[in-house]
Ligand binder design. Structure first.
Ligand code: WTA
Length: 653
């Protein structure tokens, strides 16, 4: 075993600035500063060079082409994500390497190891199953699966035949599922009878049944994870295992155009309606592959564990495509980190000798709360690198993660990116550093980004502004919102024009160009690392017929980062009560799912409004955050604010 790497603080005067050691520099894919300047001088060439590392059925004719709202990469190239994830490794004799380790939640069930060859067989068979159900290239397929290997099989099978998948997070409600299936126009849904969560069996099929109602879904494929007693609708529902039995193993990967749609993933925008973010095949493949490799220092034999759910972009790119295109082992965990006890994550790392762990600040804060004794019980020495994603990390959480989990020897790669960007965008590289708590780092080589003020001028180091991405856009950047290019234009390309992508995130940079993300500047929250719009929670609550008016704002939360707080005006004659509060929580769970539930529902008689009748959410936000309220003289009803101060126990002034 090699000596543990000791991390040195280069400048003792500057606390908490960490740099890679010589050992890490030696093993990392890039360790030389010059990569940044080189990539910046010609980003298109940079990406094209690395695209060569993947398998292309036909090489592209042109690297990059820009037109407003229609930028393209690897034009004319033919490629397949599944081929690059599976066939490519088998061809060079790596078929027996383990592609997936599945850790079921019940501890009396054995973990499952699936080799690249086995996964190839499963994916090919399931791709043929999809074909037999009439799925053709370009058809959207809904996936509503828990954290079981079949989620990866289903996504890979879709990729293999060029049928874009649209994965819906399994904790989303039937209503959310329905909206997404309708918007995507899916005719086939892949789901499961259920899964285990904190020792309980969760009936997913029931939600799937309710969700497909009123959609165009004609066939529902059901994976048997539980006892198989779920009711099946004749003519519509089919068991996965029965379909797989008779399926052929022969399914060559479709030669897809680099710009063909590979998947849709719905995410929250500022309105109540989630948007279907479109990703391509070639550009997405290249950036997913390269960021996974360089950022997480992926080498042969590595056991990479990204703890996100497959229902989010992090799961798409760093459980499935990124690690598999790199030929390493990817861990999938079905359950909850507190089951059967608070040591579950650490036991998984010890048992499977995980080499890189990629998780969210919310999880880290929870682990801190649970106590140091839990990670201390386990051998975490296999870990070589740590990653974080999804929300800004606080200094304490960063340092705890670094010391208690990484043993002070693992760099923390704080990756900033979005569903829209498809893959990591801003982070320090493990062989270059620096690693500074709360600072993500520099844009990944080939990503041109800066912090702009609202007029579009780059801000001085230290000043706040909006992190913005410039053309040539990174290859994985979304190509649009499914069925709504107008919204695409308005959301991302109206602030600074078509050649600068507006991210909706606030940020600062230091003299060296290291970027600290300060958080969303729109009405999108990061609740326990889950992206959620205040408008979504509002429109959910408004569906309850007792509600007259509602406004939702975010409030910082010690563990979850941010949480929604709802101000609710009930209809005349209805008196607030504990029962109504419960009912409203139930409404949110029904419409969105448990992730949308407000932390608090505050019943009020009035909310501050402008003269034109618009609710002043800014004032409500200041109230719940104990921040200065600012000028309220132009309000229609300034008295409402005094009343609300009492209701929320405002301590801000
Ligand atoms: C936030 C998740 C700070 C950010 C990959 C972004 C982060 C939103 C970080 C996207 C980070 C993501 N530091 N904030 N390292 N990573 N965010 O689409 O506000 O679920 O806009 O993608 O998460 O969330 P999404």
């Amino acid at each position: 075993m090699s000596e543990p790497i000791k991390w040195v603080k280069k400048d003792p005067a500057k606390e908490n600035v960490f740099w890679p050691t010589e050992e890490m520099k030696k093993q990392a894919w890039v360790a030389d500063e010059s990569i940044y300047a080189e990539a910046k001088a010609d980003p298109v060439k940079f990406w094209a060079q690395h695209a060569e590392e993947l398998h292309w059925f036909k090489r592209w004719d042109k690297d990059y082409e820009f037109a407003p709202l229609a930028y393209k990469w690897f034009i004319g190239g033919k490629i397949n994500l599944s081929y690059n994830s599976l066939d490519r490794h088998i061809e060079v004799g790596n078929g027996d390497k383990v592609a997936l380790i599945w850790e079921p939640e019940p501890t009396d069930e054995e973990p499952l190891k699936i080799t690249y060859s086995q996964l190839h067989t499963l994916v090919s068979k399931f791709a043929n199953v999809l074909k037999s159900l009439g799925v053709k290239k370009g058809d959207r397929v809904g996936i509503y699966l828990p954290m079981i290997p079949e989620a990866v099989v289903a996504m890979q099978a879709c990729a293999r035949i060029g049928a874009p998948h649209s994965v819906v997070f399994s904790a989303f409600s039937p209503d959310s599922l329905r909206d997404r299936l309708i918007d995507a126009g899916a005719k086939v849904l892949i789901t499961a009878d259920g899964y285990y969560r904190r020792g309980k069996q969760i009936n997913l099929k029931k939600n799937a049944d309710a969700g497909v109602e009123g959609t165009g879904v004609e066939k529902v494929v059901v994976v048997k994870r539980l006892d198989g007693s779920a009711p099946m609708t004749p003519g519509r529902d089919l068991w996965y295992h029965e379909l797989m039995e008779g399926a052929s193993e022969d399914c060559p990967a479709e030669e897809l155009d680099a710009e063909d749609l590979s998947f849709l993933l719905y995410t929250s925008g500022t309105t109540g309606k989630p948007k279907g973010i479109m990703h391509t095949t070639g550009g997405y493949a290249v950036q997913s592959y390269l960021t996974a490799k360089w950022n997480f220092d992926l080498h042969e034999g590595d056991i990479f564990w990204c703890t996100a759910d497959v229902g989010w972009i992090t799961g798409h790119t760093y459980i499935n495509y990124g690690p598999l295109m790199n030929g390493v082992t990817s861990v999938i965990f079905e359950g909850s980190p507190d089951f059967p006890d608070y040591g579950r994550f650490w036991s998984i790392i010890e048992k499977h000798k995980v080499t890189q762990l990629y998780t969210a600040p919310t999880a880290i804060r929870m682990f801190i709360k649970w106590g140091d004794e839990w990670p201390a019980k386990y051998d975490l020495s296999s870990l070589r690198l740590l990653g974080t994603v999804g929300e800004p990390i606080n200094v304490d959480a960063w340092l705890w993660y670094f010391e208690r989990i990484g043993g002070g020897r693992c760099p923390i790669i704080d990756t900033w990116w979005q569903t829209e960007t498809g893959a990591n965008m801003v982070n320090s590289l493990p062989g270059i550093g620096p690693f500074i708590p709360t600072v993500a780092g520099r844009p990944f080589p080939g990503v041109i980004a800066d912090i702009l003020d609202s007029g579009g001028t780059p801000v001085k180091p230290g000043d706040g502004g909006y992190i913005t991405i410039f053309s040539p856009f990174p290859p994985a950047l979304t190509r649009g919102i499914y069925g709504d290019m107008e919204r695409f234009k308005n959301q991302y390309f109206s602030d600074y024009g078509p050649e600068r992508y507006f991210t909706s995130d606030g940020a600062r940079k230091d003299e060296m160009g290291n970027i600290r993300i300060t958080g969303r500047v729109d009405d999108v929250m990061n609740v326990a690392g889950h992206r959620l719009a205040t408008a979504e929670v509002e429109s959910a609550l408004a569906q309850n017929d007792k509600v007259s008016e509602v406004a939702v704002v975010s409030r910082p939360h010690e563990l979850k980062g941010e949480v929604p707080v709802a101000f609710v005006l009930l209809k005349a004659g209805i008196t607030p009560s504990e029962e109504i509060r419960k009912e409203l929580m139930g409404t949110v769970t029904k419409v969105i799912g448990p992730t949308g539930r407000p932390d608090e529902i505050i019943f009020v008689e009035d909310v501050p409004k402008t003269r034109s009748g618009k609710i002043m959410r800014r004032v409500l936000k200041a109230l719940v955050r104990n921040e200065p309220i600012g000028d309220i003289t132009t309000l229609q009803n300034p008295d409402s604010v005094d009343h609300l101060k009492e209701v929320v126990g405002y301590k801000g002034e």
